[in-house]
Ligand binder design. Structure first.
Ligand SMILES: [Zn+2]
Length: 259
């Protein structure tokens, strides 16, 4: 996922939390097939949030993000993610790179240390976790604002903030959209089957629209998967649904990585 970087102000404060296990994880019955997710924050995210207009804890910020993402997935796929763990690299000892590949590897290493290697089926089943997603406050090198395995179990999204009249706010729609996009990659969603269509034209197209797996973020992108209505060969909704129902283990993990 690409965009022009939107960040760049001072960073000061930090919060102090470690892993937050969610007790609701204990009540997983297996009745509803709902992929468990672990959300990871880095020190930089806490520093951004401490300067938010209404300062947010990193874990409540992530919960709000996931609510937005789940709103999309519940509508598109029929079920959203189940929040199993939230982790913070508070000492800044693991998630230290601004390079997308290095940072994704660091995320894998970090999760392997604190929870277990999600590339292993028995680990995923034991944890009840299918994917880990890092919401980073780091400014990833280049125009990249999101990166993930397609398919696979790890992904990350750079959190966007804006400053209005001296007050900092999260770019909620963008941040939710990018996280939903990268999770889409984890479940086999692909740029190749994203749609772009003209919503208004007069001799030329005046207003382009793009579906959720489109490679580049525009603030008027739609938060829906392609589903065969515009191009019968484009159906990311079906791809993700099929992958969602995959019987572990995922047989072609680490096939590729996508922005
Ligand atoms: Zn992408």
């Amino acid at each position: 996922m690409k965009n022009e970087p939107t960040q760049g102000n001072k960073r000061e404060k930090s919060l102090d939390f470690g892993i937050v296990p969610h007790s609701s994880a204990l009540h997983l019955s297996g009745v509803v097939k709902r992929p468990g997710i672990v959300l990871v924050a880095d020190r930089e995210l806490t520093e951004w949030l401490a300067e938010h207009a209404t300062p947010l804890s990193w874990y409540s910020y992530q919960s709000a993000l996931l609510n937005g993402v789940n709103g999309i997935y519940e509508r598109e796929i029929g079920v959203g993610f189940f929040l199993m763990y939230q982790c913070l690299d508070n000492n800044n000892t693991h998630l230290t790179s601004n390079d997308k590949d290095a940072l994704l590897y660091q995320l894998e290493d970090y999760i392997s240390i604190v929870l277990g290697d999600l590339n292993q089926e028995n680990i995923r089943q034991g944890l009840g976790v299918e994917v880990a997603h890092l919401t980073t406050g780091r400014n990833i090198v280049g125009n990249t604002i999101g990166y993930a395995y397609e398919p696979g179990h790890y992904g990350l999204s750079q959190q966007g903030f804006e400053t209005v009249q001296g007050y900092r706010f999260a770019l909620w729609y963008q941040n939710i959209w990018i996280m939903a996009h990268e999770l889409g990659h984890n479940f086999s969603g692909t740029h190749k089957e994203a749609d772009k269509w003209c919503a208004a034209d007069f001799l030329i197209c005046l207003d382009w629209k793009r579906s959720l797996m489109w490679e580049t973020f525009y603030d008027d992108n739609e938060d829906e998967f392609s589903h065969g209505n515009r191009n019968p060969n484009h159906n990311n909704r079906q791809r993700v649904r099929d992958s969602w129902d995959r019987t572990p283990p995922c047989v072609i993990c680490h096939e590729s990585r996508s922005e």
